[in-house]
Design a protein around this ligand. Structure first.
Ligand SMILES: [Zn+2]
Length: 212
């Protein structure tokens, strides 16, 4: 069944709401009009070493925060759809097409706590919108501290050897789009890009919903 048609049917039983203010919206709307007007689109340049190009939709500020909270809190609601389809639009406008989409993984402990990976939810919507398969090729093999609380030197050592590729065959020679919900310093993207390249990936693009 067509994805958008399925959303319309679902909407009859579980009406779609704006992930920022919870106002009722149409089945295939992303945010309500008022919230859309307040969201600040990302339009800066940010470079990450080992990454061909970085993309984001929104600047991370108080206007978008409730939707990110919803995405991570287990309610999810319409936030994965709203974010995924917005991000797809950004990538389409930039003419970006890759062989696979790889979500930034959570550690096993965080996965157990939350029950799902929010980056994977966004990756799934992107996959439908861009017609590119999702491949959960990377796993997080140890716990790390939150990057935002660390000094520059600590950030590097904090992430070192925290990720690996499950099966190198899935990434060898591939052009990859790495996806996350928020990018702060870019260290996580950099570290995973490094691991992917070491395993033979050809080119890495990175996309996050918000840039802090
Ligand atoms: Zn709203």
């Amino acid at each position: 069944m067509d994805y958008y048609f399925k959303r319309k049917i679902l909407h009859l039983f579980f009406p779609n709401r704006c992930p920022v203010c919870q106002e009722l919206i149409n089945a295939n709307d992303r945010f309500c009009i008022e919230c859309t007007d307040k969201l600040k689109m990302y339009n800066r340049n940010f470079e990450i070493s080992e990454v061909k190009k970085f993309f984001a939709c929104f600047d991370y500020d108080d206007n978008i925060k409730p939707a990110i909270f919803q995405l991570k809190s287990g309610i999810c609601g319409n936030s994965d759809y709203a974010f995924g389809s917005y991000l797809a639009e950004v990538l389409r406008n930039e003419n970006i097409s890759t062989d696979i989409i790889v979500p930034v993984p959570l550690s096993l402990k965080s996965m157990r706590k939350r029950g799902y990976n929010q980056s994977e939810l966004i990756a799934k919507i992107l996959s439908i919108e861009l017609n590119i398969p999702v491949c959960c090729a990377v796993r997080k093999i140890r716990e790390t501290k939150e990057q935002k609380n660390l000094e520059v030197d600590e950030r590097k050592s904090n992430l070192k050897d925290a990720f690996d590729v499950i099966n190198p065959e899935t990434v060898r020679g591939k052009r990859i789009l790495l996806v996350d919900d928020i990018c702060t310093t870019g260290s996580t993207f950099h570290e995973i890009a490094l691991v992917l390249k070491r395993n033979g990936a050809e080119e890495i693009f990175c996309a996050s919903v918000c840039k802090a």
